[in-house]
Design a protein around this ligand. Sequence first.
Ligand code: FES
Ligand code: FES
Length: 159
Amino acid sequence: MATSAVPTERAISVTVNGTTYDREVEARKLLIHFLRDDLDLTGSHIGCDTGNCGACSVIVDGTLVKSCMLLAVQADGARVETVEGLAAGDELSKLQQAFTAHHALQCGYCTPGMLMSATALLRANPSPSDDEIRKALQGNICRCTGYWNIFEAVKAAAE
Ligand code: FES
Ligand code: FES
């Protein structure tokens, strides 16, 4: 009996940091793998692949998401922002500068996700309270810093 082939690839068009990419992707490919493997945007990290660590956080159509929890095909037509898009050329964003000034990273593995979570926070709420900063970062795990310097950096960027 003849069986009809099920298409496993889909054509998608995704705008990442202002550049539109038209690609064929496997229907099961996660957004984080699309960003890293297909677009070579390796700034977003994979820490767990289960939605727990936040290292893969990006902003999709203005909403903070963990890109290991989204299929690339779900981002078809979307506007994605990654850590690579935060700086303007050689000029780091105010938040990135605050991370540097406050020593808010050690190994740096969590940093892209922390920066994207804090960026989303400061856009929505430019003057967050201490509790709002803590809450905004609660989906991001850091194994190195003890969180305090990250908190201080976000607070400084808000000020
Ligand atoms: S890799 Fe996505 S939350 Fe950890
Ligand atoms: S700086 Fe190492 S995990 Fe956060």
